[in-house]
Write a new protein. Structure first.
Length: 126
């Protein structure tokens, strides 16, 4: 018995609405890269990127988590040593989550005495 739920696909229209589409339409939309990137920030050596992925999980019946924020931590040489992923069901939640992560990273650096978010990252010894 197959418990897999059919995967669904969506695009984000120019006016910010989520529209259900077939796989072919979604694939063409992804290739164009239109309305996919919602935000990207660099805080020290950490990158925070939020995108609209537009594909539901074929294993989850709950509300589709169509937005994703990826937090990538790099060392002084630019090598990735850790990452975290957060998923959201709405654009508003994704944008709010993105900003919250950026603010928390800035607060963490400021608490350690770093006012600039470039070369003065306290994680430089990693």
């Amino acid at each position: 018995m197959d418990n897999k739920i059919p995967q669904k696909f969506y695009i984000l229209t120019d006016d910010g609405e989520i529209q259900s589409v077939n796989l072919d339409t979604w694939a063409k939309w992804v290739v164009k890269g239109k309305n996919i990137h919602l935000g990207q920030d660099e805080v020290g050596r950490t990158t925070v990127s939020t995108v609209f992925i537009g594909a539901s999980s074929p294993f989850v019946e709950e509300e589709a988590l169509l937005f994703e924020t990826l937090v990538v931590y790099s060392d002084v040489a630019g090598r990735i040593y850790d990452s975290k992923k957060y998923r959201y069901s709405t654009k508003a939640d994704a944008l709010e989550g993105h900003q919250k992560i950026v603010d928390e990273l800035k607060e963490e650096l400021e608490a350690k005495g770093y006012k600039q978010y470039g070369e003065d990252d306290p994680r430089e010894n990693r």
